[in-house]
Design a protein around this ligand. Structure first.
Ligand SMILES: [Zn+2]
Length: 210
């Protein structure tokens, strides 16, 4: 991963540089939103990072287990989805640390990826994430799915695909959310990306340096 949070090949001569990283934030919310996303990822043999909030894991540990069992990576997105960049070290430590603890207690392993809510971070956020062995990232390609709650589902699919393809470049780190309309758009989005010659990075292949 480079400083723009793009995925770049470890060996420049190996593999296909036309890849994207798929990420889904703010879950696990509920089964009816999550399941279609997981099913479409399976259909395209794609693995993603699910950046989860601790309070949601507490409410739905079974959904976190399902994400893990289906081969996806679980990332840390803070316990309560607060703007960590505005907080002091003790709060940041608690927000990040409690997610490490509950995820490990639920699926037997700690997250290795971290994305702060709203990309809000200060020096303490960077430092504490590193101390927890987490790789910090925001994103390099925003689907803007989080801005679309008022529009029709058909228009949302079009808008999500348009937003992603407008910003598409090799290594795109694509930010999406666990939302019903993102699930509804996902099959067409992944088909579009495949049609442009893009593959999907398995998060397990990302060198974290941790
Ligand atoms: Zn978020």
């Amino acid at each position: 991963m480079n400083k723009n949070y793009d995925i770049v090949p470890i060996d420049k001569n190996a593999g296909n540089p036309k890849v994207v990283l798929l990420t889904f934030d703010d879950g696990p919310k509920d089964e009816k939103t999550l399941k279609p996303i997981l099913d479409i990822l399976d259909k395209h043999h794609a693995k993603a990072i699910f950046f989860v909030n601790g309070y949601r894991v507490k409410a739905h540990p079974e959904l976190l287990k399902e994400i893990d069992e289906r081969g996806h990576a679980v990332g840390n997105h803070s316990y309560e989805h607060i703007q960590l960049g505005k907080e002091k070290a003790d709060v940041i430590k608690e927000q990040i640390g409690k997610v490490q603890t509950i995820v490990e207690a639920t699926i037997g392993k700690k997250p290795i990826f971290f994305r702060p809510p709203n990309a809000s971070a200060n020096d303490d956020v960077h430092k504490i994430a590193a101390e927890e062995g987490l790789m910090f990232m925001t994103w390099s390609n925003g689907s803007l799915d989080w801005t679309m709650s008022g529009t029709k589902i058909k228009d949302k699919t079009k808008a999500i695909i348009g937003n992603v393809t407008d910003q598409l470049h090799p290594g795109s780190n694509i930010l999406m959310h666990e939302l019903t309309w993102t699930g509804a758009a996902l099959d067409e989005l992944l088909k579009t990306l495949e049609g442009k010659g893009y593959g999907f990075v398995d998060p397990a292949s990302i060198q974290t340096g941790a």
